[in-house]
Write a protein that binds this ligand. Structure first.
Ligand code: FES
Length: 111
């Protein structure tokens, strides 16, 4: 049985792209309302983060990805893809992270 909270959460997931369009070790920037997100596939594990570095508000979409992290292409700060935590300077503040799931052929995010 699904309670109201579960139903509300399920309704808030938004399809943003097809899973087939996000092969392993790639990423795609997507727009959800006013928010620009970056959906990342690292070794077939999906993450959704804000597509903006907390250091100087530059996009992260051209950043290098590693096992559970992404590096800002501008000054090299790395962020944990699960928690958004800044892993090294010059960034000190975290970035936003979002729940992500696969539903059928779609990748969906909870924004
Ligand atoms: S703008 Fe990202 S580390 Fe400086």
């Amino acid at each position: 049985m699904i309670d109201e909270a579960d139903a509300a959460a399920a309704a808030a997931f938004t399809p943003v792209l097809k899973l087939a369009d996000l092969p392993a070790n790639t990423k795609k920037a997507v727009q959800v309302g006013a928010k620009c997100l970056l959906v990342c596939n690292v070794n077939d594990k999906l993450y959704a983060i804000a597509n903006v570095c907390s250091h100087n508000e530059k996009p992260l979409e051209r950043g290098r990805m590693g096992n559970g992290w992404i590096a800002c292409p501008v000054h090299g700060a790395r962020f944990d893809l699960s928690t958004g935590a800044a892993l090294n300077l010059p960034a000190k503040l975290p970035i936003a992270t979002y729940e992500v799931r696969v539903s059928g052929d779609d990748v969906e995010v909870l924004v």
